[in-house]
Design a protein around this ligand. Structure first.
Ligand SMILES: Cc1ncc(COP(=O)(O)O)c(C=O)c1O
Length: 449
């Protein structure tokens, strides 16, 4: 049955009413700017189950956002809920001492990420990455951090740069000092950070050469997920690793998105390239706030011996450890099936979107790696997106917002900013994908894109 497209609302909806009320108490109406952008259609969520989410007006959506990635088993995953309930009712959420469950989670995570010998838990990707930058500086005795255009590593003073800078503000030399990610940053920007074009070995080589002996770490998302989904070119990660090591620096993979998402052991498993330091977060918690950073015993030694401080009242707390253990147990027990399933539904969605857009004569590029996927609407006929500058230059952001609004009205949610990937989960089945595609076909037919 064809899903009825909702007409433009005539009266103030409950979602609008709740957002207006939120703005009286919460700055901007929510605690993350990314959830209340000026071009967001109002959606105040009430509950989620599996692949679906319901708003305050009782509209149901097929959710292709999955809370920006963490919900690898969908909303309200039963095994995670059982584990959390057991932990909080029998043992407590936060004991304030070392606990066995934290050790078990570390042991299980290490089975997925053999590059990690020792790790520390944190509460968010931002925290874990800020600690990582400090660790790399302490370990190498160097100051500079190299990042890449379009890559996001949280909003800390250490790393937050203007990763979505307009083209005219990007450095003409292919690399240069990082621009501040926001006003109010100490010393006007992330300290001693350089930003380089990604998927471009030559630019990195020149940057490292010019900053010989000064670079502590090169940090990247091994699959770019913050300027749409862009995979590393064949051989790129291997060559970066060699180059970085030739210059005596550490390679850091920010696997906040890709860890336990594109493969159990993240992009490093998928591409067979091990970094020196790994950061994991979103999918590992199955919806609970957790992150981890880890490396060899040698690199982690400053934290072991206490010369480098790392703490956090809630770091490694029992309730999120219970959730993480439930996620890890499922992946360790039946990872092959879970990832094969997610690959299948993701291929089906990507192919389906592509076919419908091609039939409609709309210029587009589909890019996905496993269950992270980008649909780029193009301003021209460019067919390949290799780095941030390509997305900025060739993609039609306004038309994507128009498409997203029409899809949201048709009961399918994904983020309205084309830089944000769509995320699928193990809870999405072929029937969800077919329902999305049916609505998409209808939207494409009756929307001016
Ligand atoms: C690749 C990457 N690194 C770091 C972060 C920051 O994580 P958090 O929002 O948990 O602080 C994000 C968040 O989206 C991310 O996508």
């Amino acid at each position: 049955m064809i899903h009825q497209l909702a007409t433009e609302p005539q009266t103030i909806s409950r979602c609008e009413e709740l957002l207006a009320r939120a703005k009286q108490s919460i700055a901007g109406g929510d605690s993350s700017t990314m959830r209340v952008l000026p071009y967001h259609l109002p959606l105040v969520a009430v509950r989620g189950k599996g692949s679906r989410v319901w708003d305050a007006d009782d509209q149901q959506y097929i959710d292709l956002n999955m809370a920006f990635g963490p919900l690898i088993f969908g909303h309200c995953p039963p095994a995670v809920i059982r584990a959390v309930q057991k932990q909080i009712s029998n043992f407590g959420s936060q004991l304030g001492f070392p606990t066995e469950i934290t050790t078990r989670v570390a042991e299980k995570l290490k089975r997925l990420f053999p590059s990690i010998e020792l790790l520390r838990f944190a509460n968010s990707g931002t925290e874990a990455l800020a600690s990582t930058a400090r660790l790399a500086r302490v370990f190498t005795g160097r100051e500079k951090i190299v990042q890449f255009e379009g890559h996001y590593h949280g909003w800390s003073e250490a790393l937050f740069n203007r990763y979505h800078a307009p083209l005219e503000q990007l450095n003409g030399r292919d690399y240069g000092p990082a621009l501040p990610g926001t006003i109010g940053m100490m010393h006007g920007g992330p300290q001693d950070s350089l930003v380089v074009r990604w998927n471009n070995l030559d630019a990195l080589a020149r940057c490292l050469e010019t900053n010989q002996g000064q670079v502590a770490a090169v940090i990247m998302e091994p699959i770019m997920g913050n300027a749409g989904v862009i995979a590393p070119e064949p051989g790129y990660l291997e060559q970066v690793r060699m180059l970085v090591h030739d210059h005596g620096a550490l390679l850091v993979f920010d696997e906040v998105i890709t860890g336990l998402r594109v493969a159990p052991g993240g992009a490093q498993e998928l591409y067979g390239v091990e970094p020196d330091i790994t950061v994991v977060s979103k999918s590992m918690g199955g919806g609970y706030p957790v992150a981890a950073f880890g490396a060899s015993r040698e690199i982690m030694e400053p934290i072991v011996n206490g010369s480098l401080f790392h703490g956090g009242v809630y770091s490694g707390n029992a309730v999120v450890m219970a959730a993480a253990e439930a996620v890890l147990d499922q992946i360790l027990a039946r990872g092959d099936d879970i990832y094969a399933h997610m690959r299948d539904v993701s291929d089906r969605l990507s192919d389906g979107f592509g076919e419908i857009l091609t039939r409609a004569g709309i210029s587009h590029v589909m890019q996905h790696v496993g269950p992270m996927l980008s649909l780029f609407l193009m301003r021209d006929g460019v067919q390949e997106l290799r780095e941030y500058r390509d997305v900025r230059e060739h993609c039609a952001f306004d038309r994507y917002i128009t498409l997203q609004h029409a899809m949201q009205r048709a009961g399918v949610y994904f983020h309205p900013n084309q830089f944000e990937p769509m995320f699928l989960s193990a809870a999405h089945g072929p029937e969800d994908i077919d329902a999305v595609l049916e609505r998409f076909e209808q939207v494409v037919a009756c929307t001016d894109l």
